[in-house]
Design a protein around this ligand. Structure first.
Ligand code: SAM
Length: 244
């Protein structure tokens, strides 16, 4: 099957902003989505510490991850980031994320990066935290993954952290088949067989996930020294990588 083009992916997300605008449910088609947000936010808050740093949310959608991060930062009594860079292919997503951040009381600088993440131009050492939720699985070739991981490493300041929640694959075909079945059951339990088939069809057309082990190996090859699997449930995982 030929995979979706960038334009097809953009068009689908342009029309799907509402589904990514609920902080309580997160993305209901993704297992443990609210937990993924919590874990990334909690780890990111600890890594940014007490200084008003700069954060980047790649494939930010309607801003759920950054909003959760700001809530946790505020609850911990830490200063708000001096700047938040939001990246997404979809302009309606970016606009919604910006509005939601302002409605949440964020008064710092917001930078909108309306690009394919493979084409962002950012100076080195800009960010304390990078979050990337449910977006890296759109990368296709090994070279694209390696180039992206090299960019993420370069964009982080030393000590900065990358926090990822994503759909992943498995090296063992038996494990892959079991995880596929469990995910199909999960989708069916949410909204029945037609919904399950709809979601599985667009995932098959649109997504090219990689195993967590492969991603962590490539992150280490890109220079990251601390890489951890934080959580995994079925074909969804949270992992982190720190630049020392
Ligand atoms: C599944 S949504 C996740 C949104 C958000 N991170 C969240 O978890 O709520 C994926 C987002 O990534 C964006 N996206 C997909 N491919 C992208 C790319 N190559 N570069 C930048 N954004 C991309 C889509 O437009 C969409 O808003």
């Amino acid at each position: 099957m030929s995979k979706s083009t960038v334009e097809e992916i953009r068009a689908r997300f342009d029309a799907d902003v509402e589904r990514f605008s609920n902080l309580d449910t997160g993305q209901v088609t993704a297992i443990d989505s609210p937990l993924g947000m919590e874990l990334c936010a909690e780890l990111a808050v600890e890594s940014i510490g007490n200084h008003p740093g700069a954060i980047l949310d790649l494939g930010c959608g309607a801003g759920n991850y950054t909003l959760r991060f700001l809530q946790r930062l505020n609850a911990a009594g830490r200063p708000a980031p001096r700047s938040i860079s939001l990246n997404d292919l979809s302009l309606p997503m970016l606009k919604r994320a910006e509005v939601r951040l302002r409605e949440a009381g964020y008064e710092g600088e917001i930078e909108l990066l309306h690009h394919d993440l493979r084409e962002i131009q950012i100076a080195a050492g800009q960010f304390d935290v990078i979050m990337a939720a449910s977006v890296l699985h759109h990368l296709r070739t090994d070279a694209e993954w390696d180039a992206t991981f090299a960019d993420l490493y370069r964009w982080l300041r030393p000590g900065g952290g990358l926090y990822v929640y994503d759909l992943v694959s498995f090296t063992d075909p038996v494990t892959q088949a079991i995880m596929d079945r469990r995910y199909a059951e999960y989708l069916e339990s949410i909204n029945g067989p037609a919904f399950r088939d709809h979601v599985l069809a667009y995932i098959a057309k649109e997504d090219t996930p990689r195993t967590v082990t492969w991603q962590l190996e490539r992150l280490r090859a890109a220079g990251f020294t601390q890489t951890d699997v934080i959580h995994a449930n079925g074909p969804f995982a949270v992992y982190s990588a720190r630049r020392s």
